[in-house]
Design a protein. Structure first.
Length: 288
């Protein structure tokens, strides 16, 4: 679809909205795209919406629309997304932060009787760093380590921590889960890969073609990462401190098997928390 350069910004937003709706894409995607691609704030769009696009901006909108219609998520196009009210830059090696994952942050924070006490936090598979950064923003005396196998993800996570004012209390390490770590952690969190390998070809194109496979593929039954993390925290040099908390994000149908894995690893019964849609989303463990 073409955008006439003489079209006003407000009319371009209307045209973008209608074009996306024709492809079944509803919600705020059109507004996100127009604001980002034109470099405008919401206020600027309101105050200067009658200004014509001009050829460069018309071309940007055409390119952005084509990418979104092809199935690329709007967050990938704009290169950033919000999580826990904070801005996070993205790269190809990071997942787009999801609102469902905020349930993991809520559970981890609820487990802290005193949010101001010094804590050692470990985020396994940190990606963009959104979980760790959100936690550190609420735990002013905590220090956190984010681990990931992807170097590019760690670079992005470092940028996000600095941007959100917690960089001095965060370290990012390239490692395979807890490999190379020593000592006890008061809080361990993870949103690991949990999609069963056979299910990946059936995922939506936005996920299947644009999210990093390493952050999705949880092995044949989707539980490989949970097994590895639980085993490493009980048998390895990195462990959960007495009274500490281990919190996992899980798939909607994984509460029972993840709870069983925790019991087999020597943890107490896991507590399940549901997200706003009513799906099991987090399993939280404490040492038995």
């Amino acid at each position: 679809m073409r955008f006439d350069p003489t079209l006003t910004r407000s009319a371009a937003l209307k045209q973008m909205t209608e074009a996306l709706a024709a492809h079944g894409i509803l919600g705020n995607d059109a507004r996100f795209l127009v604001l980002d691609l034109l470099g405008l704030s919401t206020t600027e769009l309101i105050l200067h919406g009658e200004r014509p696009l001009g050829s460069p901006d018309a071309s940007r909108l055409e390119a952005g629309l084509a990418r979104r219609v092809s199935g690329e998520p709007v967050a990938r196009i704009v290169g950033a997304w919000e999580f826990w009210g904070l801005p996070f830059g993205l790269c190809a090696e990071t997942l787009v932060p999801r609102a469902d994952t905020e349930t993991l942050v809520e559970v981890a924070l609820a487990a802290q009787a005193d949010r101001r006490r010094p804590l050692r936090v470990l985020d396994l598979g940190t990606g963009s760093g959104c979980i760790l950064v959100a936690l550190l923003s609420e735990l002013p005396n905590a220090f956190g380590i984010g681990l990931d196998r992807a170097h590019a993800a760690l670079v992005q996570a470092r940028t996000n921590a600095d941007r959100n004012g917690v960089g001095r209390r965060a370290a990012f390490v390239q490692a395979d889960w807890t490999a190379g770590l020593h000592g006890a952690f008061d809080l361990v969190v993870s949103n690991p890969p949990y999609i069963a390998s056979p299910a990946i070809p059936g995922l939506a194109v936005e996920v299947r073609c644009h999210d990093p496979l390493a952050a999705l593929d949880g092995g044949t039954d989707g539980l490989d990462a949970y097994r590895h993390i639980l085993r490493s925290l009980t048998l390895g040099p990195a462990r959960l401190a007495p009274g500490g908390t281990l919190a996992f994000e899980i798939g909607y149908d994984q509460a029972d098997p993840v709870q069983r894995l925790g019991l087999e690893a020597g943890f107490g019964p896991g507590r399940v928390t549901r997200d706003l849609a009513g799906h099991a989303r987090v399993v939280c463990f404490r040492p038995d």
